[in-house]
Structure formats: C-alpha cells, structure tokens
Ligand binder design. Sequence first.
Ligand code: IPE
Ligand code: IPE
Ligand code: MG
Length: 269
Amino acid sequence: MARSPFTSSTRDVPIVSAVPRHIAIIMDGNGRWARKRFLPRVAGHGRGVEALRTTIRGCIERGVSYLTLFAFSSENWRRPADEVSFLMQLFMRSLQKEVDRLHENGIRFRVIGDLSRFDPALVELIRRAEALTAGNERLTLTVAANYGGRWDIMQAINGLLAKFPDRRGDFTEDELSAELALNYGPEPDLFIRTGGEQRISNFLLWQLAYSELYFTDTLWPDFDDAALGHAIQSYQSRERRFGRTSEQLRETEKRVSASSADGVPENHA
Ligand code: IPE
Ligand code: IPE
Ligand code: MG
C-alpha cells in the first residue's frame, strides 16, 4: 500500500519552516464586497479572480510550494441557480485564459472535489490543464471545486473498502491519508479565511488538524500582497508545539542549531 510521503502532524512532528510550505485559503466575502459598492454579487466573484492572481504571485515570490484554494463548496449548490452558473462560467473562462500563463510560470495545477456534477466540457478543460502542468515544480496550485471535507473522507474510506474488500476496521491513518484527494501534498501549515467568518465550512477537515488558523475581516477581492504578508507574519509569530511544551521546543531548536553549525543535518522531531 502506497504511503503518503508527507508527515502526518498527529503521528510525527513535522519540520517547520519560516515560510509556510502549504497555504490553504477560504476566499470569502466576494458578495459583500460587491454589495458595498451597489454591484451585483457576481461582480465580486470577478474581482476575486484578480485577488487570486496577486496571491499566486505572492506565494511564488515567497517560496511557498503548495497553495490550495476553496473556490466552490459542496454546499454552494444551494445558492441561486444564476449565481452557480456564473461561477461555473467564470471558472471555465479563467482556466481557458490562464492555463498557458500558469504553465509558463512553472505552476502545477490540480483540482480536488467531486467533478461528477460538472459540465463535461469544464471537466475536460480541467483534465487537460492538469496534464499540461503535471511536470511543473515551482508551485502546486490546487483548486477545491465541489469539494467538501466530509465528502473527501468518505470517498477515501469507500476507496479503501473497494481496494481491500477482505479487510475490516484495521486501516491506518497513513492508508486513509493516501486515499484523500490532496494526497500529493503536505498538510497546510497556514489556513487563511478572509471575509470575517471564523469557521472551516467543511474545507480540508482531515488535513487542518494542526494547521495555524488565520482569520481576517478583509474581503477576498481586497486581499492584496500586503494582506498575504500579514497572514504569513502572523504565522511566523506562532509557536507550533504539536503537543509538546514550549521548553521541549526550545531544547529541540537549540539542538538543531548546534548540529547545523557542525554541518550535520538533524530532523526537528
Ligand atoms: C466567496 O464569496 C466565494 C464563493 C463562495 C464562491 P461569497 O460569495 O461567499 O461572498 P459573501 O460571503 O456572500 O460575501
Ligand atoms: C465557503 O464560503 C466556500 C468558499 C469560499 C468556496 P461560503 O461563503 O459558502 O461559506 P459559509 O456558507 O458562509 O460558511
Ligand atoms: Mg461567503
């Protein structure tokens, strides 16, 4: 059974770097941004795409390796039909327009979520963009579309049961992680939610177990490079203990800096 190559934060202490390796964002507040300007809600979604470009650039410049964005939740089908259809069209148009630029910039593009309800033309576009950019290594950009954390855990369990019909009840964390939609990346170091709400809204439930959470009132279309910088600064001020005490953490840091002065690499765990 293929194990995920990434550390599970509840099983081992991951290596922590100053720049988050993986940032996951709930891009919220587009509708309110538009309403404040007496514009239709969908105008906010259009502006949201611009904020997205700024954030991708900011992540590349800072050396972030994985960026995962919540674009459409499994619950967003409950919205008015014309808004849902606008969002689908926007996804399609943005992808058509941007895919070459993503590729030129060394971005690996992936989509996670249940695509079975999507227009086959959009699914085809997604698959082609994923194939084109599969070999890129600068940044892995994942868009979560018709994604739900509970859907993800259930499809992983069902996947395991289908693969191993004779096994019951003895699956491990690693085996489950390897079946999750985002099995090709580490758990997010930093989770950002714009728009003022302080909730997870069924995003990456499994992987957010030990992520640093950052909530800002800034509405997504206003989330600029400085706002991204503030989120990362806040992340850098956190003490990521993973269950240990502050004293243990300081001891480990001392050991690591002593061994790296000797030129001997040492794992933070
Ligand atoms: C987030 O903005 C974008 C999507 C959910 C697609 P919203 O559309 O939720 O904006 P608010 O929360 O209504 O302001
Ligand atoms: C969460 O935003 C999903 C996305 C940003 C795509 P919502 O605005 O739909 O979340 P809730 O329903 O207010 O929690
Ligand atoms: Mg919202």
